[in-house]
Design a protein around this ligand. Sequence first.
Ligand code: ASP
Ligand code: MG
Length: 409
Amino acid sequence: MSLIVQKYGGSSVADPDKMKAVARRVVETARQGHRVVVVVSAMGKTTDSLVALAAQIAPSPEPREMDMLLATGEQVSIALLAMAIQSLGHPARSFTGAQVGIFTDTAHTKARIRKIESDRIAQALDGGHIAVVAGFQGITADEEITTLGRGGSDLTGVALAAALKADVCEIYTDVDGVYTADPNIVPDARKLPRISYDEMLEMASLGARVLQSRSVEFAKKYGVPLHVRSTFKPDPGTLVTMEDRGMEQAVVTGITHDRGQAKVSILRVPDRPGIAAQVFGAVAEQNVVVDMIVQNISRDGYSDISFTLARGDRAKAVAVLEEVARRIGAQGVTHDDRVAKVSIVGVGMRSHSGVAARMFSILAKEGVNIQMISTSEIAVSCVIEDKYTELAVRTLHEAFELGKDRSTA
Ligand code: ASP
Ligand code: MG
């Protein structure tokens, strides 16, 4: 008998009718003869509302209390979903993260899973129940409630699938799979039947917001097959799985974009050892994650350093850097919020050469200026002016022949 873990996101259980529809889908799966563990997120935008509520009480609440608060959202969902399943005549039992033994470290609001004691779920399944488990939460060795970081229910699903040696972890969401590009921008974007863990990781970190990155890393590490599919449609979605030969045939698998970026430059920085460490040390101290970095060639002992970061962090970064600039004798700090990052992703780049050059010439032909470039083994990213994002994504999608009728897959 196969064991399936199904994870339903907040939009899938946003109201009672949707909750009931999820219950029907879960029961249908169980009646097909599978053992089913369901992981569920908080209803709709509940977590956002709880965060906003806390902000009205205290400017920076203690992380322990934040977790106490945020974990309630998922507890509501599991109870309601278990009731909905029971109303359909199937036995079900709900469990919090603590009850099923999802043990984490003590890093409140961004805890990491340390170990899972799955006996309690196994017992429920052996008793013919559907186990309904709260996503996003765990417990420390000292019995403190923790949460796994925003979007963390994906990780709960994957981690449970790994611990229970499930056949598959199905991630149900409001999109029906992973696409070659954002279908809102590229009308003939194609749903990918399969994609490798590495490609999914790149796409997740480069702006395709389908799966939480940490959950994909975890799935790769433990070889858990992930199936991303729609809650509202029966069709198969995208299987995220081990790389195979067929995947390398396509040069590029997908195009992603991220419009939430900003660029910061420090001008005329003295070119001597330790300066970059001071600059980026100061930024890191603000918990700001830096993305691409470019340092220009030094002229007369000075050079410019530019980097990109999430737009929401830009003000914080510029504020500390103005101080650093004064201290190290740089000329000043400038910033630009009108930038976007466009990337091509594909394991095929390992075996095809000249892919980056092709990307640059495709953009050049459209008159799109490239401000920064970064590459990994299976991705090339360009920072461009924000207003060209759509043009760039569409043209790259077309030029790399990713559209519907061109597909060779
Ligand atoms: N409810 C949590 C959040 O909104 C966890 C999740 O949805 O995965 O971040
Ligand atoms: Mg959510």
